[in-house]
Design a protein around this ligand. Structure first.
Ligand code: 5RP
Length: 222
């Protein structure tokens, strides 16, 4: 299996995982990115069973609507039962780096509400220590230089993601050369910098389940 086939396999595995648990009251949270897109396309097969979804980006909301799947504002639903999304990196504790698609803040908000976060990723995303993938940080535009200086003090090399404006109207700094042996402490430290909206570490609330695509098939990690 190549990487695309592994992504397809985990998208299908996520559908198989949630399908028996869906009823009329179920609200699905849907992530962003190429793996999440494959999952959205799988959902089209069961659109008749779906009463409500919420999306972590405008792009995913549009893709859902194009399949005829109902999308709601997060404020209009009482709960999110499952959140299904990809990751840029994951470790054995199911802590993640996300935000390669610049949707990290909305992803973190839907994660915070969700009862169960199911991460879907191919095995190239699994690492021993997070940080080989540059850590995305969403920043209020006027604080960009201040936050960059603070990130340098923490040991990273922040790079402005030129030309990218998030769905929330903010900018992204990607932190390179930043090994993260203590994801919980690092997530809290970066969130504490004035001007940071959020950072792409999902350690304080990691995934609950990781469906990992491997050439031998999909592995389920808890
Ligand atoms: C978007 C994300 C994505 O989940 C992450 O970038 C993985 O994307 P892909 O499934 O395309 O590899 O966090 O902000």
């Amino acid at each position: 299996m190549n990487q695309d086939e592994m992504k397809q396999a985990v998208a299908q595995a996520a559908l198989d995982y949630i399908r028996p648990k869906i009823d009329d009251d179920t609200v699905l949270g849907i992530g962003t990115g190429s793996t999440a897109n494959l999952f959205i396309d799988c959902l089209a097969d069961i659109r008749g069973l779906l009463t409500a979804t919420v999306a972590s980006s405008e792009a995913s909301a549009e893709r859902l609507r194009n399949h005829g799947i109902p999308v709601y504002d997060l404020n209009a639903v009482d709960q999110v039962d499952f959140y299904i999304d990809g990751a840029d990196e994951c470790n054995a504790a199911l802590q993640l780096i996300k935000g390669g698609g610049a949707a990290l803040t909305r992803e973190k908000i839907v994660t915070a509400v969700a009862k169960e976060f199911i991460c879907i990723a191919d095995e190239s995303k699994l690492v021993h220590t997070l940080g080989q993938f540059p850590l995305p940080v969403e920043v209020i535009p006027m604080a960009r230089s201040h936050v960059a200086r603070e990130l340098v003090k923490l040991g990273g090399d922040p790079v402005y993601r030129d030309g990218v404006v998030t769905d929330n109207g903010n900018v992204i700094l990607d932190v390179y050369n930043f090994s993260i042996p203590q994801p919980l402490a690092t997530e809290e430290k970066i969130n504490g910098i004035t001007g940071v909206v959020t950072n792409g570490l999902f350690a304080l609330k990691p995934a609950d389940v990781l469906l990992l695509g491997t050439p031998q098939g999909v592995k389920t990690l808890y």
